[in-house]
Design a protein around this ligand. Structure first.
Ligand SMILES: Nc1nc2c(ncn2[C@@H]2O[C@H](COP(=O)(O)OP(=O)(O)OP(=O)(O)O)[C@@H](O)[C@H]2O)c(=O)[nH]1
Ligand SMILES: [Mg+2]
Length: 381
């Protein structure tokens, strides 16, 4: 895949990418539809990407739909896979074309404020797969990107379930390292106030935990201490994808998260990209000097196996130099132009000869040669 698009963000106005991630059935797709409708009503239509190959019906029209590129059921059949393997393989196949996808997004980037991304219901397929990471990192390196972690509020009222969901959110935050919004969905059924209380008041969560008498409660007690630190990095909103409640709060949180991205995440992402480029350049230079060394050993000709290259003998270096000196002296009377070109060739070889093999290397080579001779002899016997 080309990395052209990943390192250079397009100039001018930058839309914010909202990655909708959440457990199966938490309401990601319904919320995408609600966000789409809300933005249309404000005459700010978003650009939409659907990355869920297994979705039956989309309640909105996606600008780019993974289902147009890969047929998930066909992938399952052809590769003999189960549903999860089918989704993962479809996502992998789609990711190989993601630079083209980014090209399409880029064409519309200056005319939209938001890029909405719906992800597969099997959350781990997106969050813990290589292709999910490539898509997330590529988007985050190109546009301000925030994670909207959707939670099914009515199904999170038990302290243990709440805690598991928060731990999962925590792991995604540390994996993506992107600004994070906890979106408590389905507030038309249950208000998310209990969750806000638990997150802001440590004592109230402890009280809720005390009512839980299972063997898990002591573990949960310790885990809740860890999560207390995690909560401080989060924005929390309650929404209903069905009634449209909480849309303004959601977009306020998105704006704040975008600012956070610009201030904290973008410099870090740019530093990582720079570091990667420096490492690649270093590696290239190492390969180049290795090549120069090899050229010195063979002097541009093939070195037959088993025959010790001339320079492996200690004295070779001095002898060679002396030889060259003699040659130079012999040629002194010749035309100046010719001398100039000889000098250039000589300098190239000299720069390569600054890296003679170490004493250790020569010892290893000598051992290898002895072993090779012995092996040749025994095969002839
Ligand atoms: N009452 C209520 N139901 C909702 C809300 N949002 C989604 N649902 C319902 O929750 C169910 C799952 O919604 P989806 O939008 O398909 O959830 P999803 O996260 O995209 O599901 P997967 O893609 O399968 O993981 C559907 O029956 C929705 O109607 C909401 O805000 N309130
Ligand atoms: Mg969905």
């Amino acid at each position: 895949m080309s990395t052209e698009n990943t390192s250079a963000a397009p100039e001018g106005k930058q839309p914010t990418t909202i990655l909708c991630i959440g457990m199966a059935g938490s309401g990601k797709t319904t919320l995408m539809q609600r966000l789409n409708a809300h933005l249309h009503s404000e005459k700010r239509p978003p650009y939409i990407l659907n990355l869920d190959p297994a979705v039956g019906n989309l309640p909105f029209t996606a600008n780019i739909d993974i289902r147009d590129t890969v047929n998930y059921k066909e992938v399952m059949k052809q590769y003999n896979l189960g549903p999860n393997g089918g989704i993962l393989t479809s996502l992998n196949l789609f990711t190989t074309k993601f630079d083209q996808v980014l090209g399409f997004v880029e064409k519309r980037a200056s005319s939209v404020d938001h890029i909405l991304v719906d992800t597969p219901g099997q959350i781990e397929i997106f969050t813990w797969s290589a292709s999910g990471a490539i898509i997330t990192d590529t988007l985050a390196a190109t546009y301000p990107t925030v994670v909207a972690y959707i939670i099914d509020t009515p199904r999170t009222t038990a302290p243990a379930t709440f805690m598991s969901n928060m731990l999962y959110a925590c792991s995604i935050l540390y994996k993506t390292k992107l600004p994070f919004i906890l979106v408590f969905n389905k507030t038309d059924v249950v208000s998310h106030q209990f969750a806000v209380d638990w997150m802001t008041d440590f004592e109230s969560f402890q009280q809720a935990l005390q009512q839980d008498t299972t063997y898990m409660s002591s573990l949960m007690n310790s885990m809740s201490l860890v999560l207390d630190e995690f909560y401080s990095h989060l924005k929390v909103v309650g929404v209903s994808a069905v009634t449209g409640e909480g849309m303004d709060e959601f977009f306020t949180a998105v704006d704040e998260a975008t600012e956070e991205y610009e201030k904290e995440y973008k410099p870090e992402i740019e530093r990582l990209i720079r570091e990667k480029q420096e490492k690649e350049e270093q590696h290239r230079q190492q390969q180049l000097s290795k090549l120069m060394n090899d050229m010195k050993v063979s002097k541009g000709s093939e070195v037959p196996l088993g025959q010790q290259p001339k320079r492996m003998e200690d004295e070779t270096w001095e002898e060679e130099d002396e030889e060259h000196q003699d040659e130079d002296e012999d040629e002194e009377g010749e035309e100046e132009e010719e001398d100039g070109s000889d000098e250039e060739e000589e300098n190239t070889l000299l720069s390569a000869s600054r890296f003679p093999p170490s004493a250790n290397q020569r010892q290893t080579d000598a051992k290898f040669k002895a072993w090779l001779t012995q092996a040749n002899q025994s095969s002839m016997e």
